[in-house]
Design a protein around this ligand. Structure first.
Ligand code: KIV
Ligand code: ZN
Length: 385
């Protein structure tokens, strides 16, 4: 597969790694609705499911393959012949099908999950890729728990699966174990030591157990990865996966650090898709979540509000409009200052001079101490009192 070295491929796994979270299960129509939104968002690959896991998941992959035309549709398998047969069947209507197969690469997995040896696992990895290749051209291989795998062995595995036909090599930090410098160095090592690495795209797939999933994915990109696997709102196993919106905005805010590199993501759709995924999956977004949390663009302390109202870039590195929000929030609490209060009064049509504002502010503080935050009705009542 020819790939563009200046393109950062965004691989969305909301419907697979995200959907496997307890309570987040979706119906096929819901998955189709989200997949269409992901297509509009500009993702390059949608991981639609793990077809062998259940008849429902199989059917979802079939239906998504029919409904979504302009994105690669990917199905997950273990390195089992039957998994691959079932995935290929589920993908039969996909215009651009991809099979994502793989096996554990760390000694921990080799010994305690597979009760096997490095040699045998290598053979199974190569056999799985060859079998998948008999069905489709686009094969992604995942070396599960690569974050804790022996580097030389990982490089040997990656080289062997590329030789067998893998077009993308996924280096998952399955347990969210790595630090950014370690994960970045792993990617750099593979770039340097795997002789056929230029024949494949390196993919980062990071989990958030230490809160480092996004940082690790970015470190991977800085070291040559050209695909990032992520989910909307960062949902996924345990502490979640890399958050799609964070990766896209880091790329935008720090564009000079990624010369020439771009993705197709339309960040203006983030707020809508985040809210839809959250409500369909019954998974609330934490208010302080970067980019899409309720407070991500809300200024609440007096010092910040005053600085923001003087010049928004004092406290704003991303424009709310860029992620689909109408405006930044100036929240009125007991920590707010006169400047914020005046701003809201003017917004509601009240013009007050300096002395009036000082008097109103004293009353405002009494109410604000009693309430957590004030809304427009509170301000109107205050002005009428
Ligand atoms: O975290 C992981 O290793 C995975 C693989 C199945 C890609 O999700
Ligand atoms: Zn995962």
């Amino acid at each position: 597969m020819l790939h563009d070295p200046n393109h950062l491929y965004i691989f969305d796994t909301t419907l697979r790694d995200g959907e496997q979270v307890p309570g987040c299960q979706l119906t096929t129509p819901e998955k189709i609705e989200i997949a269409k939104d992901l297509e509009s968002l500009g993702v390059d690959i949608i991981e639609a499911g793990f077809p062998v896991s259940s008849p429902g998941d199989f059917q979802s992959v079939v239906e998504l393959s029919k409904a979504v035309e302009n994105v690669i549709i990917c199905a997950l398998t273990r390195a089992h012949k039957n998994d691959i047969d079932v995935a290929a069947d589920a993908l039969k209507f996909a215009k651009r099908p991809r099979i994502h197969t793989g096996i554990g690469a760390s000694d921990m997995h080799i010994k305690y999950k597979f009760n096997s040896t490095r040699e045998e696992i290598l053979e199974r990895a190569v056999a799985a890729v060859k079998h998948a290749k008999s069905y489709v051209e686009d094969i992604e291989f995942y070396a599960e728990d690569a974050g804790r795998a022996d580097l030389a062995y990982l490089a040997q595995m990656v080289e062997a699966v590329i030789a067998a036909g893998a077009t993308v090599v996924n280096i998952p930090d399955t347990n969210g174990y790595c630090m950014p410098d370690q994960y970045g160095a792993k990617i750099a090592y593979l770039k340097e030591h795997v002789r056929n690495i230029d024949q494949a795209i390196i993919s980062a797939h990071c989990h958030n157990d230490l809160g480092l999933a996004t940082a690790n994915s970015i470190a991977a990109v800085q070291n040559g990865a050209r695909q990032v696997e992520c989910t909307i709102n960062g949902i996924g196993e345990r502490a979640g996966n890399t958050s799609l919106e964070e990766v896209a905005m880091i790329l935008k805010v720090h564009q000079q650090q990624f010369p020439g590199l771009s993705s197709n993501i339309n960040s203006k759709l983030f707020t809508t898709i985040s809210q839809k995924v959250s409500s369909m999956m019954r998974m609330p977004v934490q208010p302080n979540k970067a980019i899409v949390g309720k407070n991500a663009f809300a200024h609440s302390s007096g010092i910040h509000q005053d600085g923001f109202l003087k010049h928004r870039e004092n406290y704003e590195i991303i424009r709310p409009e860029d992620v689909g929000l109408d405006e930044a929030g100036i929240i009125l609490t007991a920590r707010s200052g006169r400047h914020a209060l005046k701003h809201h009064l003017e917004r509601l049509g009240y013009q007050v001079d300096k002395d009036e504002l000082a008097a109103i502010y004293e009353k405002f503080l009494v109410i604000a101490d009693a309430k957590k935050d004030l809304c427009d009705e509170d301000l109107n009542a205050l002005m009428q009192s």
